[in-house]
Design a protein around this ligand. Sequence first.
Ligand SMILES: N[C@@H](CCC(=O)N[C@@H](CS)C(=O)NCC(=O)O)C(=O)O
Length: 206
Amino acid sequence: MALTIYGIAASRAIRPLWAAEELGLPYRHVPWHYNGPETREPAYLAINPNGTVPAIDDGGLLLFESLAITLHLAQTRPAGGLWSETPEGVAGLYQWTLWAATEIEPLARQWFHHTSFLPPEQRIESLATAALDKLQARLAVLERHLAGREWLVGERFSVADLNLAAVLQRLDALGRGELPHTRAWHQRCLARPAAQRAWALRQAKA
Ligand SMILES: N[C@@H](CCC(=O)N[C@@H](CS)C(=O)NCC(=O)O)C(=O)O
């Protein structure tokens, strides 16, 4: 089944690229930039009507939302080892993925926009600080969960680790204090050969 991944690696497309690398999937990478012009064209809007990246064409199944894409890839290729065999495990994969999407990503994005992404004249320092302040309580939850365990769900690396580690890609700047379990887990995730291969694509295009 042919898989195409749309989106420059220096974007949320890093998430499906990393998942495809973990799963050992052959894929075609179409590294279009999120600012266009290709993502504004009708041909791409037929794939992702939001005009954002990433999106995939998985043998005719069109899908947008980076974390939905990684869940789909993991679930449909269970032999790749990113999914769980038990209902409890699957529930954990959804829990941590949705936690990443709703509790972490908006704050991480707010911080990033108001420190780096927006033109300097549009940045509001108090919004960046407020996001960091709120993130610390969330990271304390993660730190407690990771005490005494290597991975978020079960005994091995899963799509939940991939999703949360990717959403927390700027952990060095987002986490105040030591957070030893969280930082060690994050390094374990990003040191994986598949993560390194995906991030190498990002360096090449950044
Ligand atoms: N929630 C979406 C967000 C997609 C998104 O906003 N992607 C950015 C790049 S990281 C983009 O395409 N921005 C261009 C735009 O908003 O026009 C996901 O996770 O896939």
